[in-house]
Design a binder for this molecule. Structure first.
Ligand code: EPU
Length: 419
């Protein structure tokens, strides 16, 4: 099994480019199920989760080709309604296919999705939403079977804000009969971006990017006359490199990002006295002499992203004072603290959702297992900060979300290799 070997303690400098966002492209891929003919998706990141998602579509009979980071998906010959159990269980985003597949084929068979081990991650909201739209859903030992002659519009309020739940029901509603209103919807930029692409292709969605989305359903499948789904730049990728720059940078410039999506992180940088500059599509950051401990609470967008929380905690091990980190989105996302403490961090659990990080602490290299994508990236940052050698195992988790991470970080001067 491959692992990353990192020798820490080096200052980093230079420019790094942000790729297409995992949580944007996976929804673009799912949207192909709403179309009569081929669609193109550009700026795709070459990561494991994208491969798994396209394998699921191929398994349903869609044609998929990839060339120069452009995916062409042709759902024209699609005939199946069953998602491959093993693959669908390996990524959370597989559940996003269930709604559009049901809307298209009138039937969808799917397992309980897997993905990161960061909490319970139920799918009750998806099931409730699809049932509100008229689906009949039966659970069995392998998962679920949903049927609907034709989905119908519904007025649905999410009990908890869910990103993939919002995207799934929004897409399902595009082919439903009548009007759907989604209340307490997720407001992430990826939701708005998906809606705007679908609208260019004939969907009628209003309000995406706000907490109430209204969708007027249509009878026929969408037609892709107006171009390509251009994957949004990855704001979590961008945030990770900025946090790395704050910990170790002598002017690290993060290119091809959308600064407007990074407000919550930059506000924390201000509070922690971390200097940064913003351009049209770049942000640069350097490590200050003293980083000040700053409290953080994760929230749905536009709040501070849960996906950056473990990385920010690593930064706080280098800050002066005590910071309180409050994870409110996922219930198992403080799963990395023992490993960091073994590296020398002083992190104390306060309750199941809150930790106290005391700093600054001196980190030393170790062998570490990556439990999920984002904790994996947090460990890379910790290992780069630490003195001595670290070995990060289970890096499939990191490859799920980060493309060729060692090559990109080497360009900044990091001592990191894959063996
Ligand atoms: N929830 C329910 N019932 C549901 C669905 C969600 O209770 O049916 C709960 C979850 O357990 C969680 C909360 O709602 O406590 C919010 O979860 P959400 O559904 O928003 O998460 P998600 O849509 O499954 C996406 C991203 C995650 C990211 C979250 C929050 C994708 C494929 N995944 O997950 O990304 O953390 O939104 O922003 O879009 C990652 O990239 O590392 C990652 C985990």
């Amino acid at each position: 099994m491959a692992e990353l070997v990192i020798r820490g303690g080096k200052k980093l400098k230079g420019a790094i480019e942000v790729g297409g966002g995992k949580n944007s492209v996976l929804k673009g891929i799912a949207a192909s199920l709403l179309f009569a003919g081929p669609i193109r998706i550009s700026n795709i990141p070459l990561i494991e989760d994208v491969r798994r998602m396209t394998e699921l579509l191929e398994g349903l009979g869609a044609g998929v080709t990839e060339n120069s980071r452009i995916l062409k998906i042709d759902p024209g010959a699609l005939k199946g309604h069953k998602l491959d159990n093993n693959i669908a269980k390996s990524i959370r985003a597989s559940i996003v296919l269930a709604g559009p597949l049901l809307a298209r084929e009138r039937r969808a068979v799917f397992p309980h999705p897997g993905g990161d081990v960061i909490g319970k991650r139920p799918i009750d909201l998806f099931l409730e939403g699809l049932e509100a739209m008229g689906a009949k859903i039966r659970a069995n030992k392998n998962g679920y079977e949903a049927r609907a002659e034709r989905l119908k519009g519904a007025d649905f309020t999410f009990r908890t804000i869910s990103v993939t739940g919002t995207e799934t029901l929004m897409m399902s509603a595009v082919l439903a009969k009548g009007r759907t209103i989604l209340r307490n919807a997720a407001m992430e930029p990826e939701v708005e971006h998906l809606a705007s692409f679908l609208n260019k292709c004939g969907a009628r969605i209003k309000g995406a990017g706000t907490s109430t989305i209204e969708i007027a359903g249509r009878a026929g499948r969408l037609l892709n006359k107006r171009g390509t789904f251009v994957t949004l730049p990855d704001r979590i990728d961008a945030g990770g490199f900025l946090i790395l720059g704050a910990a170790l940078g002598r002017n690290i410039k993060v290119n091809k990002c959308v600064p407007g999506h990074m407000h919550a992180l930059l506000q924390l940088f201000k509070a922690a006295s971390i200097p940064y500059k913003i351009g049209q599509d770049w942000i640069s950051v350097s490590r200050p002499r003293t980083i000040y401990a700053t409290d953080v609470k994760t929230q749905e967008y536009p709040g501070f992203a849960t996906d950056l929380q473990p990385l920010f905690a690593v930064l706080m091990t280098q800050a002066k004072g005590q910071s309180l980190i409050f994870e409110t989105v996922h219930d198992g996302r403080l799963n990395y603290i023992e490993e960091l403490n073994r590296m020398g961090a002083k992190i104390f659990p306060a309750d199941p959702h809150r930790i106290l990080v005391s700093g600054p602490t001196f980190l030393h290299g170790r062998e570490i297992q990556s439990p999920d994508i984002r904790a994996g990236m947090a460990f890379i940052i910790a290992a780069l900060v630490a003195k001595g050698e670290s070995r990060i195992k289970n890096i499939y988790q990191i490859d799920r979300g980060y493309e060729k991470i060692e090559e990109r970080l080497t360009k900044l001067g990091a001592d990191i290799r894959r063996i």
